[in-house]
Design a protein around this ligand. Structure first.
Ligand SMILES: [Zn+2]
Length: 247
């Protein structure tokens, strides 16, 4: 075959070949998009951290075991680089923590947990304001978190300030009276108890806010009733880092 004929043949075949390649590419493309859509859907269904899919009781056990390691000084070494990658697509924390904002309390350290494990909401005096309730509702309803812990601590400055403000009938400056109002019910109950007023008020404040979360309608209360969610309260001991579950 001469060079010219070969060229002619190429030219004559070219349009249909192009069409074939176009069709093949289109089919390939649509198959690829179908596959990637399926893969994407499956990936969305998969929890980013499969070991975080736990029952409420198993979550509590995990939290307490983490705290025991922290107290003993044998915390795990966390692979932050790997965890970062796993969490790009989402999060499924195994516990929600409503903690005081005190800088000496660090829930991720105290429970020896990595990123993506704890959904931590913090406010001085660890009380369940509407925003805190809403945040924990999100953790349960959207992220599937099966356990909530209200975490108070020894020598809480917010509770101490509330006790003094109420006792001396002296308003705190700025926006701080809002903290006092939130903690006041626990202070009033504790003032009728014998023993250390500050310790009793700290404990009572945890107990009250656990009750508040448990009865928060419609999401958290229904979840607790159906045993899909557990709400517990604890007090962090500054001296050794131990968390005592109080309710
Ligand atoms: Zn505090």
């Amino acid at each position: 075959m001469c060079e010219g004929c070969d060229q002619n043949l190429k030219h004559s075949l070219a349009p249909s070949r192009r069409k074939f390649l176009f069709i093949a590419a289109s089919v390939g493309l649509s198959l690829t998009s179908a596959t990637s859509a399926k893969e994407k859907k499956e990936a969305e269904k998969k929890p980013p951290k499969p070991r975080n899919v736990l029952t409420p009781d198993a979550s509590l056990q995990r939290l307490l075991k983490g705290n025991a390691r922290y107290v003993e000084g044998v915390s795990k070494r966390h692979d932050f680089a790997h965890e970062r990658e796993a969490l790009v697509g989402g999060q499924n924390p195994y516990a929600g923590i409503l903690s005081c904002a005190d800088s000496r309390i660090a829930p991720e350290y105290a429970f020896d947990s990595g990123r993506g494990d704890l959904f931590v909401c913090r406010v001085a005096g660890n009380f369940a304001s509407d925003e805190m309730v809403a945040s924990l509702e999100y953790a349960f309803a959207v992220l599937g978190t099966p356990l909530m812990l209200v975490l108070g601590h020894d020598s809480c400055g917010a509770v101490d300030a509330a006790i003094k403000s109420l006792r001396d009938d002296k308003a705190l400056p700025g926006h701080m009276p809002s903290l006092v109002s939130a903690i006041a019910p626990a202070v009033k109950t504790a003032s009728q108890q014998s023993g250390d007023t500050l310790g009793n008020a700290i404990r009572q404040n945890v107990v009250d806010n656990v009750a508040k979360l448990k009865s928060a309608t419609p999401i958290l209360s229904a979840a607790v009733e159906q045993n899909k969610l557990k709400v517990v309260g604890g007090v962090y001991r500054l001296k050794d880092g131990r968390v005592d579950i109080v309710t």
